[in-house]
Design a protein around this ligand. Structure first.
Ligand code: CIR
Length: 256
């Protein structure tokens, strides 16, 4: 059964984003253009029927616009994470207050566990948790215990090449999974209808299902057509300034 989302939370990009963590060699982001792209991203979420709460930029944290990493929002509870990147740890301050507007139950990941929710992919009531340079085994175990407590399940997926689990995977409901690279070798995903993303379009493996529509980064025609062929309405969103910081579409919002 298709889930539906009602809300999104986003955080405006900070001017300090030019100092964000990156492995890409695409140059520094243009802040003014990033703000315009962020406006259009919010519009796209609204077109999918979401009410969007927009948090103020936080100049102390260059990567804080990638709010997805700071919390996991499930139907039963929200979970405040403990980011593995040292410069991102403080991004969780204030998240409890923000999420308590929407949730009665708010859990937390504690040190020595680390977890960034870009490493967490929801497929129904099961959550895949990537073990990455940012999410360690202890963090993943804590999350799975929290999920179990609230009637959900989780399993761990080791990552060797990608930043986050959802860098190369997106579940777009109806058993359809966008998949790329190292994850093609992972047996756990054989049960899905795999929509394989071409290597030259790998960035678009991070696309986002929202209420029957799929947000896809602009400029990836092959992926766009594959998702349309699978029966979805596609909304293209230009996030090129965020790509310069290794950020994808999903990283820019919490959706629940
Ligand atoms: C970082 O390296 O942490 C940021 N520059 C990008 C985070 C992207 N987040 C995500 O994939 N969930």
């Amino acid at each position: 059964m298709e889930k539906s989302f009602n809300y999104a939370v986003v955080r405006r990009p900070a001017e300090s984003m030019i100092n964000g963590i990156t492995t890409a060699s695409l140059g520094k982001p243009d802040y003014i253009n990033a703000l315009k792209q962020h406006d259009a991203y919010i519009d796209a979420l609204e077109k999918c029927g979401l009410t969007v709460k927009v948090l103020k930029a936080d100049e102390n944290f260059p990567d804080s616009t990638f709010i997805e990493d700071a919390a996991l929002c499930t139907p039963a509870c929200a979970v405040i994470t403990n980011p593995g990147a040292v410069t991102r740890k403080g991004e969780i301050a204030g998240m409890r207050e923000v999420l308590s507007e929407f949730y009665d139950v708010i859990e937390e990941i504690h040190s020595p566990g680390t977890l960034e929710a870009g490493d967490v992919m929801m497929a129904g009531s099961h959550y895949y948790v990537g073990l990455s340079a940012r999410t360690n085994n202890e963090g993943a175990e804590q999350l799975i215990a929290i999920l179990n407590k609230h009637g959900m399940t989780g399993s761990k997926i080791p990552l060797n090449e990608m930043l986050h689990l959802k860098t190369g995977l997106s579940y777009i409901e109806n058993n359809n999974l966008l998949i790329y690279g190292e994850f093609l070798r992972e047996k756990e995903f054989d049960k899905f209808n795999k929509i394989i993303i071409d290597p030259e379009e790998s960035y678009s493996a991070n696309s986002v299902w929202v209420n029957g529509k799929v947000l896809v980064p602009a400029g990836f025609k092959g992926t766009r057509e594959k998702i349309k062929t699978a029966g979805y309405e596609v909304i293209e969103v230009d996030v090129s300034e965020f790509r310069k910081l290794d950020g994808g579409l999903s990283c820019l919002s919490l959706r629940f």
